[in-house]
Write a protein that binds this ligand. Structure first.
Ligand SMILES: CC(C)(COP(=O)(O)OP(=O)(O)OC[C@H]1O[C@@H](n2cnc3c(N)ncnc32)[C@H](O)[C@@H]1OP(=O)(O)O)[C@@H](O)C(=O)NCCC(=O)NCCS
Length: 163
C-alpha cells in the first residue's frame, strides 16, 4: 500500500469512496450530511494536505491534515497546557473502503499524518463520534488523550489531543 498526496484528478474517485463508506457505516450521519453534499463537505474544508491510501492503483482510504474546526477549537485550546503555544492541526476526513476494512489502512493513514504534524512541530488534534469506539482506541494507541466531549446537531464528538 502507498500513501500519497491527492491530485485534482482523484476528486471523483475520492467522493465516490466517501459516499460508499457512508452507505456502509452511516458516518457521517446521512440525515445531516446527505450523500450528494459530501463533495462540498470534503472540499470546502480548510485542508493543508489531503492524503490517500492506494492499493493496486485503487484509492482505498483518505485522510486530511487541516486547520482545526472552529466549532471545536476552544475545547482543544482549553485542553492544552497554558505554556504550550504550538500550532494545532486537525486529523480529519478519514474514511476507508468498506471492502478493505480492518486491514490496517486507517491506522497507517493516521500514523503517517501524525508523523508529518509532529515533524512540523505542531500538535495534532482530532474529533470522532462517541459511537466510534475503535477510532477512539486507535487514537489512544497513538498517544491521543480525550480532553472534551461536544454535542453537535449530528451527535456527540469526542475531542482528542495528541500530546
Ligand atoms: C473508522 C475507519 C476509518 C477504520 O478503517 P480501517 O482501515 O478498517 O481501520 P484499521 O484496519 O486500521 O483498524 C483500526 C482498529 O479498529 C478496529 N476496527 C476497524 N473497523 C472496526 C469496526 N467496524 N468495528 C470494530 N473495530 C473496528 C480494528 O480491528 C483495529 O483495531 P486493532 O488494532 O485493535 O485490531 C473505517 O471504518 C471508516 O471509514 N469508517 C467510517 C468513517 C469514520 O468513522 N471515520 C473516522 C473519523 S470520525
Amino acid at each position: 500500500m502507498e500513501i500519497r498526496k491527492i491530485t485534482e484528478s482523484d476528486r471523483d474517485e475520492i467522493v465516490r469512496l466517501y459516499q460508499k463508506s457512508q452507505a456502509a457505516t452511516h458516518i457521517p450521519n446521512p440525515d445531516f450530511y446527505p450523500p450528494d453534499s459530501l463533495d462540498t463537505e470534503l472540499y470546502s474544508r480548510d485542508a493543508l494536505d489531503r492524503y490517500v491510501a492506494v492499493m493496486d492503483q485503487k484509492i482505498v482510504g483518505h485522510g486530511l491534515i487541516e486547520n482545526p474546526n472552529p466549532i471545536s477549537l476552544d475545547f482543544w485550546l482549553n485542553g492544552m497546557p497554558p505554556s504550550n503555544n504550538a500550532r494545532l492541526l486537525e486529523l480529519g476526513g478519514a474514511f476507508v473502503d468498506p471492502d478493505f476494512s480492518r486491514k490496517g489502512i486507517y491506522s497507517e493513514l493516521l500514523s503517517h499524518r501524525l508523523n508529518i504534524i509532529r515533524k512540523m512541530g505542531a500538535i495534532a488534534v482530532s474529533a470522532t463520534w462517541i459511537t466510534n469506539i475503535h477510532v477512539q482506541r486507535q487514537f489512544m494507541k497513538e498517544g491521543g488523550e480525550e480532553v472534551a466531549r461536544q454535542k453537535v446537531p449530528a451527535g456527540v464528538l469526542c475531542l482528542f489531543i495528541f500530546k
